[in-house]
Design a protein around this ligand. Structure first.
Ligand code: DOR
Length: 445
């Protein structure tokens, strides 16, 4: 074996399973080949990381990239460009596209569209419907598939799995962790009239706390009965947290940067429908409860739920406006700002954005800085202070709910399998993303 490495990341403060400390990292053939004091090694390329922190690559396990069907809002190229510019090295993309990702052909189509166009690594979820329940066990085994996603209440798109017998059948149909959007469809329909035309402040009253609590209570009961691992996406209420705390043997929990940062009614007064998403952003007491859940370890991952819609769509009259806000590009800086403010340690940031994703989805060879793992790094300057601006946003939607916010802590490089893909805000290498590999499906394909 030659002693020459492809890349040496020199002198950074590295967040490894040992803690935070200065180390050099050597990369060969896309993997971490050595960690330690490597001043004398020979490398084709050297990245000077002195004064910077080297984190495991950030994995965003919830994004909507709109392709196929709605490429006017986003596509796999533009969404993944936004990801790497924001310091994200891999994304799990959602199935509520047109057509939805519910068949083998639709999954194969997404992978063929992704090849050579996506800048970060990627996995795709398969959507559950009453009609494909019988096929889910097979579909979730396809290589690069992150797992099954079910919308228990309707949101953007047509995907819905709301009847109890269908939810139970989907839970029994497969074995991998199943992800759910947890809002109760019957209650959403009953309360639709509470969404007052022109007043997005009514969004969290229509889609109220009980809508989320009821659904989460039901799906936890059904998953427990089925003996199935469950992942509850974007949890937003204080009331769901004790239910989840009683299900830690099989359930994992996600929340989002926007639910940890914004609060009602202020966000609707300031941003109007640009703060409208499902489940909604709620009053400050829920935000504080989510922070407590972060510090108690009840939250496993933070996903952005990047859900771009055009300004034209957002500027219709509520509730004829689509729900969703972009976030894949702002996730890292928003969370680093919370680190700087003392709400989150850097170690917990890493736990929530890479180690947690690897642990709960069984990602093969990603999620930690360790020898033999993929050389995926999010290199950050924890002292850099800048203002987030719409003009920085690479998503086709061209806006962010965080426009005008000054944050401390910014990504300065995104390295994927040893390739420097973003440096100082510039895209350096294009379209080299590959499917994420999962431990449970290493043999399929
Ligand atoms: O606000 C949301 N927007 N919530 C979702 O569940 C879907 C997403 C979208 O695709 O726009």
């Amino acid at each position: 074996m030659s002693d020459r490495f492809d890349l040496l990341i020199r002198g950074g403060m590295c967040v490894t399973p040992n803690g935070i400390g200065e180390a050099d990292i050597a990369v060969r053939e896309g993997r971490i080949a050595a960690i330690g004091s490597l001043a004398t090694v020979d490398a084709a390329e050297v990245f000077e990381a002195r004064g910077l922190h080297v984190l495991p690559g950030v994995i965003d396990t919830q994004v909507h990239f709109r392709e196929p069907g709605n490429q006017h809002k986003e596509d796999l190229e533009s969404g993944s460009r936004a990801a790497v510019l924001g310091g994200v090295t891999a994304v799990f993309e959602m199935p509520n596209t047109y057509p939805p990702t519910t068949t083998r052909a639709a999954i194969e189509d997404k992978f063929s569209r992704a090849r050579g166009r996506m800048h970060c690594d990627y996995a795709f979820y398969v959507g559950a419907t009453p009609d494909n329940v019988g096929a889910l066990g097979m579909l979730e085994q396809m290589p690069g598939v992150a797992g099954v996603k079910a919308f228990l209440g309707s949101s953007t798109g047509t995907l819905l799995l709301n009847e109890e017998r269908d939810i139970a059948a989907a839970l029994k149909a497969g074995r991998r962790r199943m992800a759910v959007h947890s809002e109760d469809e019957a209650r959403l329909r009953e309360r639709k009239g509470l969404a007052k035309p022109g007043d997005p402040r009514t969004h969290p009253f229509w889609r109220d706390v009980e809508t989320a609590r009821l659904s989460t209570e039901r799906v936890l009961r059904l998953a427990r009965a089925a003996g199935r691992r469950l992942h509850v996406l974007h949890v937003t209420t204080e009331e769901e947290l004790p239910l989840l705390a009683n299900a830690r043997d099989f359930a994992t929990v996600e929340t989002t940067p926007q639910h940890l940062t914004l609060a009602a009614p202020e966000c609707y007064e300031r941003l109007g429908t640009y703060a409208q998403m499902n489940p909604p952003i709620r009053e400050a007491r829920h935000r504080e409860a989510l922070w407590r859940a972060v510090s108690e370890g009840l939250i496993d991952v933070i996903g952005s739920d990047h859900a771009p819609h055009t300004r034209e769509e957002k500027e219709k009259i509520y509730p004829d406006t689509p729900s969703g806000v972009p976030g894949v590009q702002t996730l890292v800086t928003i969370l680093l700002d919370h680190v700087g403010a003392g709400r989150l340690s850097l170690e917990r940031f890493v736990d929530l954005t890479s180690a947690g994703a690897a642990r709960i989805f069984g990602i093969a060879g990603k999620g930690r800085i360790a020898r033999g793992y993929d050389a995926d790094f999010t290199i950050v300057d924890t002292n850099a202070k800048r203002t987030i601006e719409n003009s920085w946003i690479a998503s086709k939607c061209g806006w962010t709910p965080f426009d005008g916010m000054t944050t401390t802590g910014w990504p300065v490089a995104t390295i994927i399998r040893g390739q420097i893909v973003m440096r100082n805000g510039t895209l350096m290498a294009k379209g080299r993303g590959e499917p994420v590999r999962f431990i449970e499906t290493l043999n399929s394909g």
